[in-house]
Write a protein that binds this ligand. Structure first.
Ligand SMILES: C[S@@+](CC[C@H](N)C(=O)[O-])C[C@H]1O[C@@H](n2cnc3c(N)ncnc32)[C@H](O)[C@@H]1O
Length: 475
């Protein structure tokens, strides 16, 4: 990488490019001041603040990332103490004034302002860039950090079977941090929106889901099976909303003893069933409603190239089902959601006549399954078109809908941006991964610079528009 320490701008280059710089790249490097013989005339450039940086006015200090010390969990942060005139300079940087204009406004020399800028623009800080032009609103280049690649999480390599298939049931069975699990790594939409939120008209995710499914399928007063209830908050909110028409039997099926324990404390009156979601030990036709929220990306996904597989392998199990359900293999190797297909088979077996199911996960209608890279365990997105085809072949009525539309998420409602959330969590390590708003968050000290973005952009939880749901009914 070429790094311009005066301006806080860098360009990554491959070895090949270094040997023989293409003309377009030369121009870009020259514009960034990386090829010029003279240092850039910084006074005429515009100081642009990184949206990752927060101001802690009571200290006063800047709360800045440490890009070069990146960990699997993200960037650590540090406090940079500010002299009074540095605080005034920081507050005067507005992404449009030149450095000279800022210095004049604050009443310091341009050299003094430049010394402060150099400290902030350094490779190990990257709190500020000097640019020739004002940035576009929301310019992603301002938040991007030049940093080593994110190290992989500790467990990432042990979670595959002999044939390359993902295998997470042991990982879930071993969860030992139930109380904080969904805050530290596997945050779900239901967890982020477990508190009443303006995006859901002041309701919680669980209450909204109850209302949406009741409107579509009618009340469930028989047997409800919640598959993979996680922290139990979704089910608790569901039961709160369903008061007066609770199901006669509410089973919580989960692979994790620790999570089953936590769920029990939040959902009195329900029953635990430790089992594999793909092979529930329940009678055929015995269930009226199945709710399975953000579980199926955890189930086995299998790489397959469409060629005749060896009998007994997961690829063989995919090939048999593809033929049975009329799913044509895609040319070349790709992932298949075998575990999700098996879950739909289990749903088809369990549902009583008139029974219904809701299965939600991230993915797309015709999207090839892809593995996430940001988690410490392999989750795989869902091809909902294929999942619906499996359900229909099994005699179920199937509809695929965007989850945000089904639950009536307001796409304009705001939450804390992912960058601000990560910065705040370094300030207060116990901060939960909730869909924070200015009204719901309590801060440990005054903080300026937090960014509030629509719930369709990255926040403390996953982006709601990435999720789809499969609505099933046994005729
Ligand atoms: C990502 S969490 C979702 C939790 C919750 N439904 C929510 O939306 O917040 C996945 C849940 O499914 C459970 N789970 C994952 N794989 C499972 C399997 N093969 N059998 C049973 N439960 C499983 C996990 O233990 C966990 O409770």
């Amino acid at each position: 990488m070429l790094w311009q320490g005066e301006t806080g701008r860098g360009v990554e280059l491959s070895e090949l490019q270094l040997e023989d710089l293409p003309a377009g790249l030369q121009l870009r490097l020259w514009r960034e001041g990386l090829l010029a013989d003279e240092p850039p005339h910084c006074g005429r450039l515009i100081p642009c603040r990184s949206p990752r940086v927060l101001l802690l006015p009571a200290r006063p200090a800047l709360w800045v990332p440490r890009p070069l010390e990146r960990t699997a969990g993200g960037f650590p942060y540090q406090a940079l103490a500010l002299e009074p005139e540095e605080l005034a300079l920081w507050c005067a940087f507005n992404d449009s004034r030149t450095l000279e204009a800022v210095a004049r406004l604050v009443g310091v020399s341009t050299d003094r302002a430049l010394a402060f800028v150099r400290r902030l623009a350094a490779l190990e800080v990257q709190a500020l860039q000097l640019r020739g032009r004002p940035p576009r609103p929301g310019d992603p280049g301002l938040a991007r950090l030049q940093a080593p690649p994110r190290p992989r999480g500790h467990a990432a390599t042990d979670l595959r079977g002999a044939h390359g298939e993902t295998r997470l049931s042991g990982w879930h069975g071993d969860i030992d941090d139930a109380a904080t699990h969904f805050d530290r790594g596997e945050t779900t939409v239901a967890h982020a929106f477990a508190q009443p939120h303006p995006a859901l008209g002041g309701e919680t995710f669980g209450a909204r889901l109850f209302g949406a499914l009741r409107a579509r399928f009618g009340p469930c007063q028989g047997t409800l099976v919640e598959v993979g209830p996680g922290s139990g908050e979704l089910g608790a909110a569901w039961r709160g909303a369903a008061e007066g028409e609770l199901p006669r039997l509410h089973l919580r099926l989960d692979a994790s003893p620790a999570l089953l324990g936590l769920q029990a404390s939040r959902q009195p009156g329900t029953h635990a069933l430790r089992a594999d979601a793909c092979a529930p030990p329940l009678r055929d036709g015995s269930v009226d409603l199945i709710v399975c929220n953000e579980v199926i990306a955890d189930l086995c996904a299998v790489p397959w190239d469409g060629c005749a597989p060896v009998s007994g392998t997961p690829q063989h199990a995919v090939a048999i089902r593809a033929a049975r359900y009329g799913l044509a293999p895609t040319p070349g190797e790709r992932l298949y959601n075998l575990g999700a297909w098996r879950l739909v088979e289990a749903v088809a077996r369990l549902l009583a006549p008139g029974g219904a199911a809701y299965i939600s996960e991230f993915g797309g209608l015709e999207e090839e399954p892809t593995e996430t890279s940001q988690l410490d365990h392999p989750e795989v997105s869902i091809h909902f078109g294929e999942l619906a085809a499996v359900a229909r072949a099994l005699g179920l009525q199937a509809e695929v809908a965007p989850m945000a539309a089904l639950l009536g998420f307001d796409p304009g409602a705001r939450w804390l941006s992912r960058g601000s959330f990560e910065a705040l969590r370094c300030l207060e390590p116990g901060l939960q991964a909730r869909a924070w708003t200015p009204a719901s968050i309590t801060l440990p000290e005054p903080v300026e610079g937090l960014r509030w973005v629509p719930v369709t952009q990255d926040g403390p939880g996953p982006v709601v528009t990435r999720f789809w749901c499969l609505l099933l009914r046994r005729p």
